[in-house]
Design a protein around this ligand. Structure first.
Ligand code: PHE
Length: 341
């Protein structure tokens, strides 16, 4: 029995040494130490041994099992290292391969145009001011010379929230809010970018859109200053040969009031489909600040004058980029947005 065990041990160790892979090792382990393995079989046969032989053979069998297990562990480590080394030799890192492309985002066309507008006026010494989108009736209408039941309120029907407040229909209320804070300091030169809301919804109107308001107050500001400023704006925003046209209009908070057109960006004034064959495109409303607006804001209308204007950012963007449907600006279709990189 003892010899048989010795022989088994010798055989098992040799098999382990000869194993060329982790799979071979596992097979060898099963062959000798497994449930039906050779060593297990021998130990099962111990029942037939005499009482004095049994402990000695048992001890020998345990020693052999330990020896096999030790060698198995050592060979497993060796082979694992070998496998790893082989893999490292095979795996060559090619540093010239292109990397995973990074997805770049871009500025939304409305953001670009707004920043463009802001930059032009910042260059003229204006500062940026902002106001709330949920506005009181007082600032949105009343202080701007649009009393209750004034028919001009109909032009700007809007969304009302609780407490008599509303979503502002224009950025003009910020004129009053700002002047209230600065009066009687001079000059006031602000531009007010922001969201506004109206009950409109079609290819050229959105219930939410963006405006940039402008306000300049000082002594002896005249209509010529307004013309010069907007003329320069049009040339900077569109092209150096862009011309402007001022048409009489009406806003309760300016007197006189005008509607400002630019020469058509498509046909340069000759007349085409974009400008309905007029050669002109309307871009904004403007005028000299009404004395009442100056007074409610804390300025002396005998002392100071000023002009104001308000433009729609979507409209400017559509003209600048030739976009024919305003809704494209809000759908976030990447095929559209990626054209403005
Ligand atoms: N608030 C006007 C509008 O939204 C535009 C405007 C601003 C007109 C300032 C005159 C002066 O239609």
């Amino acid at each position: 029995m003892r010899e048989k065990l010795q022989e088994l041990c010798h055989e098992a160790l040799q098999a382990l040494d000869a194993a060329g892979s982790l799979e071979d090792l596992n097979e060898t382990r099963i062959k000798y130490l497994g449930k039906k393995g050779a060593l297990t079989q021998v130990l099962r046969g111990m029942g037939k041994l005499s009482a004095e032989e049994r402990p000695r053979i048992g001890q020998a069998a345990n020693e052999i099992r330990s020896a096999i297990e030790e060698r198995l562990a050592a060979r497993t480590d060796e082979l694992k290292v070998a496998v790893q080394e082989q893999r490292l030799r095979r795996e060559v890192i090619d540093v010239t391969l292109p990397g995973t492309p990074v997805q770049w985002g871009g500025k939304h066309p409305l953001t670009r145009v707004r920043e463009n507008i802001q930059d032009i006026f910042l260059g003229l010494g204006y500062v940026i001011a902002e106001g709330p989108e949920v506005e009181t009736d007082y600032y949105n209408f009343e202080a701007l010379n649009l009393p209750q039941d004034h028919p001009a309120r109909d032009m700007q029907d809007t969304f009302f929230v609780s407490g008599g407040n509303l979503l502002r229909t224009h950025t003009s209320p910020v004129q009053v809010r700002f002047m209230e804070k600065t009066a009687p300091e001079l000059p006031v030169k602000i531009i007010v970018p922001g969201k506004v809301y109206r009950r409109d919804d079609d290819a050229t109107h959105s219930p939410m859109f963006h405006q940039v308001e402008g306000l300049a107050i000082d002594r002896r500001i005249t209509f010529s200053d307004l013309k010069g400023t907007l003329d320069l704006f049009a040339r900077e925003m569109f092209s150096p040969d862009t011309r402007t046209r001022f048409r009489p209009s009406y806003f309760p908070f300016t007197e006189p009031s005008v509607e400002v057109d630019i020469s058509c960006v498509m046909c340069r004034g000759k007349g085409c489909r974009v400008c309905s064959h007029t050669g002109w495109l309307e871009i904004l409303g403007a005028g000299m600040v009404h004395p009442r607006v100056l007074e409610v804001s804390g300025y002396d209308s005998e002392e100071v004058t000023g002009f104001a204007f308000g433009m729609g950012v979507e409209r400017i963007a559509m003209l600048k980029y030739g976009i024919d449907d305003m809704r494209l600006l809000f759908e976030n279709d990447l095929r559209f947005l990626q054209q403005f990189r």
